[in-house]
Write a protein that binds this ligand. Structure first.
Ligand SMILES: Nc1nc2c(c(=O)[nH]1)N[C@H]1C(S)=C(S)[C@@H](COP(=O)(O)OP(=O)(O)OC[C@H]3O[C@@H](n4cnc5c(=O)[nH]c(N)nc54)[C@H](O)[C@@H]3O)O[C@H]1N2
Ligand SMILES: Nc1nc2c(c(=O)[nH]1)N[C@H]1C(S)=C(S)[C@@H](COP(=O)(O)OP(=O)(O)OC[C@H]3O[C@@H](n4cnc5c(=O)[nH]c(N)nc54)[C@H](O)[C@@H]3O)O[C@H]1N2
Ligand code: SF4
Ligand SMILES: [Mo]
Length: 864
């Protein structure tokens, strides 16, 4: 049906199966290597059902990263002790021995002094086990980054609560009505873009799937949708609650699903906890016998979803009733005022959605009859990346709950981050017939401690993802936060923390200046590695081994990366670097133990790493393949991957027979525990903790971004796109060639009316200022932006000139954002990623690159 990869290289050579890593996902590729040993083509591998034969522009251009003349070719040390964005480090090449000995010696000093003084920023999603290295460094749990949090602080724990997975997405195989809220799935970003685009296109061409995109910008998804619904930023939760209001009040919900498969019928007492008997069993209300019964009572005739009852001496209501009460004011008219989406649109979309969900229908897959709900609400970073991240994510899930589509064919399905074995499911039994919630998808919980053991206060987020930006609070006011250590060492690997973190750049610069020693492990220099004392170069993806499975939405199985050519330069694999450093610090055995845990090797003891031995990237890759299907490396070298379509019993309703969490009591349980712990330890910041963010069921409170001073009368948002991986691959000429010619990426997008009101025309130089910072850029006037919003592409985010091909812009978007408690979800760690701004004309139509350059230079980064 679809064309397979064409072997159209003009030179003779061989094809090698491998895996792309130009974004965090893992599309299977075939790499053509000429007889002279030159990689001259990378194509999709048609045998992988995830991406089929497709790859995106980033994947196609991966060979230019391999051959980038500006790769770091050898270890280097700085000769200029002054560190700053303006200071040339004065790099000089050194031997691996000198580099590793220096790094080992300096880190050992920190280890022996206080392991908490190390700030790690390790971020390769294709090698999650490397993230665990700090655990071997004396249990260090710091995190100088917001990778995972800026995009998914609220998202990942919520998927853990609802699906017991890391991610989630709509089921392209059967969905017929798709709401796309602030996410690029199927068009520009998020899960396996190259494959997802095909699956999305097929759903629309073959089945005529209806697509509605809700977001402030005419994104690729919006432009290709049946309907674009422009929305005011950071009001997506309200939009979802408005849909829920219509679904509930017009009785357009799947009553049977809510009663049988969820805890919406469990009775909640006045304290928000389920009402239980002495043994801890939860009550429900039998609406036929008109009395309370225990959840597992076999005589239950029907469940009440609504009403108020007296049970065990307290007033109690089914969880569903509490949600109904919470959103009683979320009428389409009220929600319209918050979101700017017309009331009729909200009402119509809710009705269309419920109709398309065909509640009550079923489908037979592999001989098993399953509910069929081909309508689903999908969302990601843009919609969920706001202060009340936990409630926001929960609201989107509830739209799906109401039509009964959770984990059903055509519905909204959980997507695991990685699976370790073919036969190992991801669902465990929990309390009183409910599945066990698994909010900790990235690393185990960091236990409570006072004084805090982490520089970003992770000890106070028992359910969250690392709020790395909170270091801007603790580092400069140690007393207020009760800190008894101050970080002085940094290890950066595959990360650009100064770029990825939100908030005051000058504070981040100060943190870097305060480091006694910084080591960075990367392929290329960037804004952060510029501050390092030593940089260690790693192998490119086309020169090394790896085995990976990362969030494939429809498939499961491992993908092999194997060297296409011998290393071009004096670089080493990350595995070798971490082994060498660990040995010099004296923690090699701990590191092997942590790897056994992070890769679950302990589940197949014959694969466990042994003390005292250093394992190469190839040996780790082989073990990961064997974990999955017991096949050795030769099998993978030949096939490239073991991806197959997900097994229906693991994918569709894997929790069958248990109840999933409509109401998340765990959030209240953990809140209470944290409150008790903080009170007992007399934690001085107890009173400023944002306790209202802990809700078992969402409400319609407004996020603080909407309450910034009135002079900031517009919003700013940022976005990713198919050709760019953050701003990181702009160093590739094929990419920058497209991006730098595209007005969407090379200017600040502003709506025609908003521009006119401010006397701004296309091409004028404008200044965008928030309560926190300023950026500068050329206005790109368009109908494709919500009238109150400006849009800033990641292509405008770099401020260094270290790479000949990358253009520094007029300031980094993240400077517009806050980095404080008020704008951080106390439950999930999610920070606000939209800003309130004022937009001003700075210079009329400069129309001269030199003038623009000299004006924007001053805004590029924070100066002392
Ligand atoms: N091509 C590409 N793919 C990627 C990545 C990449 O950089 N490039 N990065 C990977 C990673 S780590 C992640 S986290 C995912 C992210 O994947 P996405 O979530 O899909 O990416 P974003 O572009 O950050 O956000 C999606 C959309 O939200 C819109 N938006 C911004 N603010 C708001 C808002 O307040 N409300 C609404 N409704 N929409 C808003 C933006 O205009 C954008 O179109 O993609 C992954 N895949
Ligand atoms: N303004 C703005 N800020 C954002 C976002 C945004 O869209 N806009 N997105 C947020 C999100 S969702 C995320 S996940 C983060 C991402 O933030 P980061 O993970 O810090 O991502 P990058 O900035 O792309 O840095 C990745 C670094 O990895 C290096 N690298 C690439 N391949 C390899 C390799 O094989 N080995 C090693 N050692 N290094 C390698 C690259 O050279 C680059 O320096 O940023 C967050 N911050
Ligand atoms: S979506 Fe990501 S993994 Fe797939 S081809 Fe593009 S860059 Fe590579
Ligand atoms: Mo991300």
């Amino acid at each position: 049906m679809y064309a397979s990869a064409v072997q159209n290289s003009v030179k003779s050579g061989k094809w090698i199966n491998s895996t792309c890593k130009m974004c965090l996902h893992s599309c299977s590729v075939r790499v053509h290597v000429t007889d002279e040993g030159v990689v001259n083509k990378v194509e999709g591998n048609p045998t992988n059902p995830s991406n089929e034969s497709g790859i995106c522009p980033k994947g196609n251009s991966s060979l230019l990263r391999l051959y980038d003349p500006q790769r770091i070719k050898t270890p280097m040390k700085r000769t200029n002790p002054r560190k700053g964005p303006d200071d040339d480090p004065g790099w000089v090449p050194i031997s691996w021995e000198e580099a590793l000995d220096t790094v080992g010696r300096e880190l050992k000093k920190t280890f022996e002094d206080d392991p908490r003084k190390l700030l790690p920023a390790i971020n390769d999603f294709q090698k999650i086990y490397l993230w665990a290295w700090p655990a071997a460094f004396g249990g260090n749990a710091n995190y100088f980054s917001v990778v995972g949090t800026q995009c998914g602080g609220g998202y990942h724990p919520m998927n853990g609560f609802i699906h017991s997975t890391f991610a989630a997405g709509n089921d392209t195989s059967y969905c017929n009505y798709w709401i796309n809220n602030g996410g690029g799935d199927g068009f520009s970003s998020h899960l396996h873009m190259a494959g997802a685009a095909r699956h999305m296109a097929r759903a629309r061409v073959d089945r005529g799937m209806h697509l509605v995109t809700v977001e402030p910008r005419l994104s690729i998804s919006a432009a290709k949708s049946d309907e674009w619904v422009p929305i005011r930023p950071a009001t997506d939760r309200h939009f979802a609650l408005g849909l829920c209001h219509v679904l509930i009040n017009e009785k357009l919900y799947d009553e049977a699903f809510l009663k049988k498969d969820t805890n919406a019928v469990y009775l909640v007492g006045p304290d928000g906890f389920f009402v239980r008997n002495e043994e801890g069993n939860i009550y429900v209300w039998d609406s036929v016998d008109n009395k309370a019964k225990l959840w597992n009572d076999e005589t239950i005739k029907d469940y009440a979803l609504e009403g108020e009852y007296e049970v065990e001496g307290v007033k109690a209501s089914p969880a569903f009733q509490l949600f109904k009460d919470n959103i009683s004011k979320c009428t389409p008219e009220k929600i319209s005022q918050v979101t700017t989406v017309p009331a009729e649109t909200i009402q119509r979309i809710a009705r269309e959605f419920a109709k398309a969900a065909s509640i009550g229908s079923s489908i037979k897959i592999d001989g098993k009859t399953l509910p069929f709900r081909p309508a689903a609400y999908n969302y990601y970073r843009g919609a969920q990346g706001h202060k009340t991240g936990s409630m926001t994510n929960h609201s989107f899930k509830l739209v799906n709950f109401l039509v009964g589509n959770i984990d059903t064919p055509g519905g909204h399905v959980g997507v695991t981050l990685d699976d370790f074995m073919i036969d190992r499911g991801h669902i465990w039994e929990g309390d009183c017939g409910q599945i066990k919630t698994t909010p900790h998808q990235l690393h185990p919980e960091v236990p409570f401690a006072y004084p805090p053991n982490t520089a970003h206060l992770m000890d106070y987020f028992p359910l969250g993802v690392d709020p790395g930006h909170l270091i801007t609070q603790t580092f400069f006011d140690q007393k207020k936060w009760g800190m008894d250590f101050k970080p002085d060492t940094m290890l950066i690997c595959h990360s650009n923390p100064l770029w990825n973190l939100n908030g005051p750049q000058e504070k981040y610069f100060d943190i870097m200046r305060n480091m006694r020693f910084i080591v960075a492990i990367d392929i290329l220099l960037n804004e952060s590695t510029q501050w390092a004392d030593i940089v260690l170069p790693t192998l490119d993806n086309l020169e090394r081994w790896n085995m990976v499975m990362i969030e494939p939405p429809l498939t499961e199985g491992q993908c092999l990366t194997q060297p296409a050519i011998e290393p071009l330069w004096d670089c080493k694999s990350e595995e070798e670097i971490f082994n060498e450093i660990s040995e010099r610090i004296g923690i090699l055995d701990q590191w092997n133990e942590i790897q056994n845990y992070a890769n679950m090797f302990f589940e197949k003891p014959e694969l466990m790493l042994k003390p005292g031995k250093k394992y190469s990237d190839k040996e780790i890759a082989e073990r990961k393949g064997k974990m999955w299907n017991d096949k050795d490396l030769d099998w993978y070298i030949e096939k490239g991957h073991s991806s197959t379509m997900r097994r229906p019993d693991k994918f569709y309703r894997p929790w069958e027979g248990q109840r999933i969490h409509f109401y998340i009591e765990d959030i209240l349980t953990r809140k209470k525990e944290l409150q008790e712990n903080m009170k007992k330890a007399n934690v001085p910041f107890y009173d400023i903790w944002e306790w209202d963010d802990y809700q078992a069921i969402p409400n319609a409170v407004l996020d603080p971004v909407h309450k910034e001073p009135e002079e900031y009368d517009m919003y700013a948002i940022t976005f990713k796109d198919v050709q760019v991986n953050f701003g990181e691959n702009l160093s590739i000429p094929w990419i920058s060639d497209i991006v730098y010619k595209d007005p969407v990426h090379m200017g600040i997008l502003i709506n025609t009316l908003a521009a006119k009101k401010r006397g701004i025309s296309d091409g004028d130089l404008i200044k965008v200022t928030s309560n926190y910072g300023t950026i500068m850029g050329l206005a790109r006037v368009t109908e494709g932006m919500h009238v109150e919003t400006v849009g800033v592409s990641n292509a405008l985010s770099r401020w260094t000139g270290y790479h000949a091909v990358v253009k520094p812009a007029g300031g980094h978007y993240n400077r517009l954002l806050p980095a404080d408690l008020k704008n951080t979800c106390a439950n999930s760690g999610q920070m606000e990623t939209a800003a309130k701004v004022k937009v001003e004309l700075f210079r009329k139509n400069p129309n001269d690159d030199k003038i623009v350059e000299s004006e924007i230079k001053n805004y590029r980064y924070a100066r002392k």
